[in-house]
Design a protein around this ligand. Structure first.
Ligand code: NAP
Length: 308
């Protein structure tokens, strides 16, 4: 039985681990299938305070991991599938059947990119043209035509980033107005390399004879007209899905599956000793630094609760 378990090793989980470890709680940190979280799929992080020249996302997460380890955080791989938070001891069960119990629990399981589920998407995933991360894969499409799907800030950011490499970026959005903030929308719409295709949704990613993406077929939702847009890279930026499934039925979730914190606190839940932090509980800011801040709050709350 552990005093405290931290679930997740993104910015929120590792910051919670640093604080819990420095409070001498020797936290057990459960690492899932994406150690380091979403930032490990980012190239340069330019807005994390303290790194004036920017820092590689993977390197930042590695440093946070080592920082927590230095003070006594312990790491183990576990894919948690179910949880029972009702007793004094919180119980987590992993896919391999291992059961972990603890007095205090910090859930920092993050979020993953939403996908479209259209034909061709999974066949051309990872290296064959389909991606959810322009910063990871954009450089592969130098002087090629690419497509970005979505109308939010992520899509605008991905499209602008891709203009550094691609010969042309086609932004496909299902409505005729971007959801992105005005500054991002203005920037993307004004960019000479970006063409916007409104009121359209992708139907299928089409492969060439080598199995790599060559085009996407879109349908105009107003006229029903279909057409192919050539693209070697197909980037999906239509939001995220929080990794909260193991806690469904235990903790309140909003309509998109994000944890709803208890009362005015950002990190407390209905269960004393159980806290949430980072992107699994924050669909608004979703920044490395805000996730880290929530991780810090959760660890301090957990420490105080354990002391009581
Ligand atoms: P988002 O704001 O939820 O936007 C998702 C976009 O994808 C929307 O335009 C939506 O269309 C579209 N979409 C959703 N499902 C779709 C589907 N099945 N087919 C086609 N299109 C679909 O998500 P986000 O852009 O990832 O941003 C999430 C949050 O992070 C926002 O608060 C955003 O401001 C923030 N963020 C900030 C920055 C920044 O400040 N630099 C960068 C990235 C994200 P509709 O518009 O029609 O709903």
């Amino acid at each position: 039985m552990e005093d405290i378990i931290i679930l997740g090793t993104g910015c929120a989980g590792l910051t919670a681990a640093i604080y819990a470890a420095r409070a001498n709680l020797s936290p057990l940190v459960l690492e899932g299938n994406q150690p380091g979280g979403q930032l490990t799929t980012t190239s340069e992080v330019e807005n994390f305070p303290g790194w004036p020249e920017g820092i590689d996302g993977f390197e930042l997460m590695d440093k946070l991991r080592k920082q927590a380890g230095r003070f006594g955080a312990r790491y183990t791989f576990a894919e948690i599938t179910t949880a029972d938070l009702s007793g004094d001891l919180k119980k987590l069960t992993a896919a391999d059947g291992t059961v972990y119990t603890c007095k205090a629990l910090i859930i920092a399981t993050g979020a993953r990119p939403r996908t479209l589920g259209i034909p061709g998407e999974s066949a051309m995933w990872g290296g064959k043209g389909v991606s959810t991360c322009a910063t990871c894969d954009g450089a592969f499409y130098r002087n090629m035509e690419v497509v970005v799907v979505g109308g939010g800030d992520s899509a605008a950011e991905e499209a602008l980033f891709l203009t550094r490499f691609a010969s042309k970026v086609t932004l496909i959005h299902r409505r005729d107005e971007l959801r992105a903030s005005k500054i991002m929308a203005d920037r993307v719409l004004a960019h000479e390399k970006v063409e916007t295709v409104w009121n359209s949704i992708p139907e299928e990613v089409l492969a060439d004879e080598t199995g790599n993406a060559r085009a996407v077929r879109v349908v105009d939702v107003k006229t029903g007209e279909k057409r192919e847009i050539p693209c070697k890279g197909f980037f999906i930026a239509i939001g995220h899905i929080p990794n909260t499934a193991p806690f469904k039925g235990q903790l309140p979730l909003d309509e998109n599956g994000y944890f709803i914190p208890e009362g005015k606190s950002q990190v407390r839940t209905a269960y004393p000793g159980v806290y949430v932090a980072g992107d699994c509980a924050d669909h608004i800011f979703r920044q490395a630094i805000t996730a880290a801040g929530m991780g810090c709050q959760a660890a301090i709350e957990a420490e105080r609760w354990l002391a009581q």
